[in-house]
Design a protein around this ligand. Structure first.
Ligand code: NAD
Length: 264
């Protein structure tokens, strides 16, 4: 059990990557607080964990709002006494080109993706610092590392990467670690609106992935487990790209360059 005697709070735990993280952490011995904007989704995740014999508590909170975050973290600490691991996973991605995105939508992306990391971390850091034990795992995105469109979302994710590094530097001396994961395309409900417009989108995207498939939520959960566990005790400030090789190089360019050569 890699997370025995550990309390973990996962935001956005009612769906996709957050649910996979919550379930894997519970299998590895953690007591899990599954928080989500939608209580029914959080309850479903907590129920699945409990059915499998794990410990879980479902909480509702909009992680972009200070009052709700403070209530959520107080409830988590009241239930389990402390929080050792925080996974800032909740997110959404809306809008596109800055010439077309409306100000409200820009603000929404920044609030839910970036401000939430500040709010949740601020609420839980004092306890981690006091106990000299804490691991924060921020789910960023490959969009935060390079230009892949969805500008507001991407700018917010770049902010998450930088905030992670600053937290690592600031709180390392208190034995609190902070790391970020940058997933590539992962098959989750976040893709719902795009899938409606283009049901073949995952099949189309596969060609950009050297490993020949898009990601599954569990691919990200394994990385989060490693970064949250004592196995990563000397890793902080790191940005771990989990993207099937997407950002390893420009596959499209090399394919064109080598078009006439024999390909293995
Ligand atoms: N799926 C991908 O391709 C992909 C790629 C890179 C990064 N990510 C990131 O992974 C994280 C999880 O995304 P996912 O793909 O599992 O999406 P998802 O839509 O399946 O799950 C996101 C969850 O976050 C919750 N949420 C949204 N806004 C919230 C708020 N204000 N407060 C609390 N909870 C809120 C939703 O209710 C939902 O349950 C996000 O941060 C996303 O940006 C996803």
């Amino acid at each position: 059990m890699r997370l025995a005697d550990t309390v973990a709070l996962v935001t956005g735990a009612g769906s996709g990557i957050g649910r996979a993280i919550a379930e894997l952490f519970a299998r590895e011995g953690a007591a899990v607080v599954a928080a989500d904007l939608h209580l029914d989704r959080a309850r479903e995740s907590a129920g699945r964990i409990q059915q499998a014999g794990g410990q879980a508590l479902a909480l509702a909170a909009d992680v972009s709002l200070k009052d709700q975050v403070e209530r959520m973290t107080a409830q988590a600490q009241a239930a389990y006494g402390r929080v050792d691991v925080l996974v800032n996973n909740a997110g959404l991605a809306t809008g596109d080109d800055i010439l077309h995105i409306e100000e409200e939508e820009w603000d929404l992306n920044l609030r839910v993706v970036l401000k939430s990391v500040y709010l949740c971390s601020r609420a839980l850091l004092p306890g981690m610092i006091e106990r000299r034990r804490g691991a924060i795992v921020n789910i960023a995105s490959v969009n935060g590392l390079t230009g892949l469109s969805e500008e507001a979302y991407s700018a917010a994710k770049a902010g998450v990467v930088n905030l992670t590094r600053n937290m690592a530097v600031k709180y390392g001396r208190h034995q609190v670690r902070a790391n970020a994961i940058c997933p590539g395309t992962v098959r989750t409900p976040i893709w719902g609106p795009i899938l409606q417009r283009d049901p073949q989108i995952f099949d189309k995207l596969v060609k950009w992935y050297p490993l020949g498939r898009v990601g599954e939520p569990e691919d990200i959960a394994w990385a989060a487990l490693f970064l949250a566990s004592p196995e990563a005790a000397w890793i902080t400030g790191e940005t771990l790209t989990v993207d099937g090789g997407l950002l390893a190089g420009s596959y499209g360019m090399s394919r064109e360059l080598l078009a006439k050569e024999e390909q293995p």
